[in-house]
Each structure stands twice: as C-alpha cells, then as structure tokens.
Ligand binder design. Structure first.
Ligand code: CP3
Length: 341
C-alpha cells in the first residue's frame, strides 16, 4: 500500500501534489450524510451500523478527491465499551453516565466489553474493500486525556481549569482512569489495523491549557504508551498525533519516534512549526476550518500560503480542527482545487 500518497508523506517524503484529507470530513456538513443519519435513527446507531457507517465514510471521497477516508465512528465509543451510558442531547453535545468523578472506577465494566466495538471493525473492513488502492483509510481513537475529560464529568467540560483541580485533588483516580482507557484503546486500534486501517490518528482535542508537567503526564505519556504498544504489533502502521492546544510543547511530541506525524491546530503559527519542528517530521493540518465557511479568495490564498510554507518537507494538508456543520460543500470543492493546483 506504499503507493498511497498519504503513506508516502507519513513515511517522511515531501509529496507533490500534497496529500490531503479533512478532520470531520465524514458527516455533519454533507446533505447526503444527513439523509443517512435520519435513516439510521440516532448518531450512535449509525456508528454501530457497518453498512451505513461505511457509506458515510466514503461519501466525502465520492464528491471530492481527497487522499484518505476516516472511519465513521466516535471517540466516545470507548467509554461505552468501558460500561458507561452514552447519548447525545440535541444541540448540547454528548452526555455520559454515571460520571466517574462521582461514581468512581468500580462503576465501570471489568473487563471492558470490547465486543461492543465489533461493528466498527466491520466498517473498517467494508470500507477498505470499497476504496481504490491509492486511497488510505484512517482509523482513530481519542487520546486518553480527551476521553477521560468526558468520562470524569459526564459531558464536555466548559471549564478546563476545574479538571486540573480535580487531578490535583485525586491524581490516583485520574491516572487509573487513563490507564483503563489506554488499555482498551490499544486493543481497539490494533483491531482497526487488523481489519484494514492504513494509518491511525489519536485525537487529543483537550490537550490545551495544561501546565507542561501535566501535559506530559496526562497527554503526551499516555499517547506515547499507546503508540509504542501499537508499533510493537504493527510496526509499519503510521500514527498521527493531534494534541490540540499543545503550543510549543509540540516540539516534545515531535521528538517521539512512534509519532509519525504531528497535527497542528488552528492557532499554531506555521512558520514557528517550520522553525522548531525537525524538517524530517511529517506535519499535518493548520488551516482554520472557519475560513472554509467563508470560502472565496481569502480561503484560497491561505491554503496556497500553507502549502508554500511546507513545500519541500513532508506535509499533509488538513484543517486546524474539524469542519463545522454549516460548511458549504462548494467551498470544500474550491479548497480542493486550490490544494491540487
Ligand atoms: O469525519 C470524521 O472526522 C470521522 C468521524 C468522527 C466523529 N467524531 C463523528 C461525529 C471523528 C473523528 C470524531 C472525533 C471526536 N468525537 C472528537 C475529537 C475530534 C474533535 O472534533 O475535537 C470529539 C471530542 C468527539 C466527541 C463528540 N462527538 C462530540 C463533542 C460531539 C457532538 C458535538 C458535535 O460536534 O457535533 C460528537 C458527535 C459527532 N461525532 C457527530 C459526528 C458526525 C455529529 C453527530 C450528528 O449529530 O450527526
């Protein structure tokens, strides 16, 4: 599968034209997704329906010519396998029960119910079979800290400082939880690879705002542990880490050989990355997803500039975070044109 442009870039090559895919490309902004979503019932029903989830995974590649599909699933399937109830409140986001902060670790399943995730592996298999050989299939999971933030409080936290306070008060609880998530995640990602995922991305969406020591202990080290374990079993499968908000600590991530690529968020200055991250390390992302809502010349010139900054070094075009639901599909088409030019 080394004919895949994405895998070439992940192996450290500067690929022309630059390979691209987009976070949150599956679902949300495409009208054909919303149709299938209605057919499936709830969002989670869709995640556990291999036929429909595979279709949703492929939808963006039918419209646009990106180089990779990302498996349609969610980072909150792991908490379900760990025994939590998970649902989505309309317009408010995810809810999980009972919150680990209150219920403690004993409320979680021991061992984890990993068989619940079997449909995701079926989705991976079906999708890999449907993709042409030059397209890559990206499997993913949430990094332990990001998943833990939802499990501890039972919902997305609007106050990251209070999570830090919780850690200082009860480090054992948080560390045991991270350990439990990590073990399940290693198994989950390993199965995704066994079923046909060509590369893996770890989303650490809530890595921002932590002091350096906590960023290392809660985000970098657990993600590194997962990457090391995966590489033992699957030495050839590249791993992309996306520690959103990590700022200058991205240099620490870049020094870890098990991370084949570093995802950069919207607020990371591109020239800072050029200056401080080894030109041998593959970089991914950076374009403000809200610029794709705006579209037009402003988006196109930003995309050109981003390409220019990373020209000659291994780079994968992507956003600084996911597409928002009201992104006009025609702007994505224009963006693709600018990337391919
Ligand atoms: O296209 C893709 O990126 C693949 C599928 C994917 C989803 N979620 C589908 C989804 C991926 C990679 C994720 C990751 C994810 N899920 C993250 C990390 C990345 C990030 O965006 O920061 C997080 C934090 C979650 C948790 C989550 N899932 C939230 C907070 C929400 C609700 C709010 C929202 O943004 O809609 C979801 C729901 C969700 N996950 C949807 C999709 C398509 C929307 C469901 C719907 O209403 O159709």
């Amino acid at each position: 599968m080394t004919d895949q442009p994405l895998l070439k870039a992940l192996a450290g090559q500067a690929v022309e034209p630059v390979p691209c895919w987009f976070m949150r490309q599956a679902g949300r902004f495409l009208p054909e997704y919303r149709k299938i979503r209605q057919e499936a019932g709830s969002f989670l029903d869709l995640c556990y329906n291999p036929e429909l989830a595979s279709e949703v995974t492929l939808q963006p590649l039918r419209r646009f010519d990106m180089d990779a599909a990302i498996v349609f699933a969610d980072i909150l399937l792991i908490p379900q396998a760990l025994g939590m109830k998970v649902w989505f409140e309309q317009g408010e986001g995810p809810r999980l029960a009972p919150p680990v902060e209150q219920a403690g670790m004993t409320a979680l399943s021991e061992p984890a119910n990993m068989s619940l995730l079997q449909p995701v592996y079926e989705t991976v298999k079906k999708t890999r079979q449907a993709l042409t050989p030059e397209k890559s299939l990206i499997g993913f999971a949430g990094a332990p800290w990001t998943v833990a933030t939802y499990m501890l409080r039972g919902q997305g936290s609007k106050d990251p400082a209070s999570l830090r306070a919780l850690y200082y008060q009860n480090p054992e609880l948080v560390e045991t939880l991270l350990e439990k998530i990590s073990t399940a995640t290693i198994n989950y990602l390993s199965q995704q690879i066994d079923h046909g995922a060509d590369a893996i991305q770890l989303f650490d969406s809530w890595a921002g705002g932590l002091p350096e020591t906590l960023l290392h202990r809660l985000c970098l080290e657990p993600s590194q542990k997962i990457a090391v374990a995966l590489k033992k079993k699957h030495p050839k499968t590249p791993i992309i880490i996306f520690p959103r908000g990590a700022g200058p600590s991205l240099t620490d991530y870049a020094e870890i050989p098990e991370f084949d690529a570093i995802g950069i968020d919207t607020s990371t200055p591109w020239n800072w990355v050029k200056k401080h991250i080894s030109p041998k390390k593959t970089v991914q992302g950076g374009l403000d997803p809200l610029l794709v809502v705006k579209g037009g010349e402003e988006m196109v010139s930003a995309a050109r500039k981003l390409k220019q900054v990373f020209a000659g070094s291994p780079y994968i075009f992507n956003l600084g975070h996911g597409f928002v639901p009201h992104t006009p599909p025609e702007n994505v088409a224009l963006l693709m044109q600018a990337i391919r030019q």
